[in-house]
Design a protein around this ligand. Structure first.
Ligand code: FE2
Length: 296
């Protein structure tokens, strides 16, 4: 299993101790989840009230799982909330995004030249009992791959904070190392197709053309989620992330499933594999070794 490493840091911004930073990046790139039990994302009483209201109402509304905010453009999407309710959470999302950027840049200074912050999100909906198609069901173990946004080998790094106002933990499962995961499903991965990539881009389904890497990663995401036996019997550890904690993980590398919990903040980062301390650990490098040819 990929495992969880506990870090006692209590501050969101560096400078961090060199030894801590080196160990953290090594664990992260090995597919481990970095858990910061004492790193709390603090909300004001008003914001906490808004979070409670969002959690109450999001269950009964259609439209998306998350409220999201794009730090590059400043644009936000209300997802399962009303526009007014989403707007009431925007200041917290903006602040969380900035703090997550500070944390990642401080802990992993080598990443800075190859780091692009993506969207931040607030996830008010209770995960347990949410009814979804197998492909969208994140209660099933999977590695992340984005259907409409080709990453061409870039990594998906995510920072989460559980802010559940009732103290409810966020319950995950964490699975095997990436290489074992990819080999398990190797025979079920699709044959990469450039004509298909061209067509999807032409139709506007994808923003730019998928590379063979993107097609294999999407195939891996799907192969794991649709395999009922793997989902039931996988040797995956249960992990509770208590309210008030923060965790960081490469979600394109570590099979994960969100089983229960509501009210988490999340910030996505895209990382160039060349910025990694050990690029050979990137899914791109692992898959290229597996198939014996370049994938981007
Ligand atoms: Fe995921």
């Amino acid at each position: 299993m990929s495992g969880v490493v506990v870090l006692r840091t209590e501050t969101w911004s560096g400078p961090f101790d060199d030894g801590l930073s080196r160990q953290a990046v090594s664990d992260l790139e090995a597919g481990r989840t970095l858990l910061f039990p004492a790193l709390d994302f603090t909300l004001s009483p008003d914001e906490l009230e808004n979070v409670r209201a969002a959690a109450r109402e999001s269950g009964s509304r259609e439209g998306g799982k998350n409220v999201s905010y794009d730090p590059a453009s400043g644009a936000s999407k209300a997802g399962p909330l009303s526009e007014a309710q989403a707007a009431s959470l925007t200041p917290a999302l903006v602040r969380f995004s900035k703090m997550a950027v500070g944390l990642v840049e401080g802990l992993f200074p080598a990443y800075v030249p190859g780091l692009e912050p993506g969207r931040a999100s607030f996830r008010p909906v209770e995960v347990e009992g949410r009814d979804q198609s197998w492909r969208k069901d994140d209660r099933r173990l999977h590695v992340d791959a984005f259907p409409s946004r080709p990453l061409r080998g870039r990594r998906i790094l995510r920072v989460f904070s559980n802010v559940n106002p009732d103290g409810q933990p966020r319950r995950w499962r964490l699975g095997e190392p990436f290489e074992a995961h990819a080999r398990r499903f190797e025979s079920r991965l699709p044959r990469p197709s450039r004509p298909r990539a061209w067509m999807l881009s032409k139709l506007g389904v994808t923003h730019g053309q998928q590379t063979p890497y993107d097609q294999l990663m999407l195939g891996l995401h799907d192969a794991a989620k649709r395999d009922e036996v793997y989902q039931k019997e996988a040797d995956a550890q249960f992990q509770d992330f208590p309210a008030g904690c923060t965790w960081i993980v490469y979600t394109d590398q570590t099979p994960h499933a969100a089983l229960a919990g509501s009210c988490a903040f999340e910030q996505t980062f895209y990382v160039q594999p060349e910025a990694m301390v050990d690029p050979d650990r990137a899914p791109l490098a692992v898959l290229q070794r597996m198939v014996g040819r370049p994938l981007i």
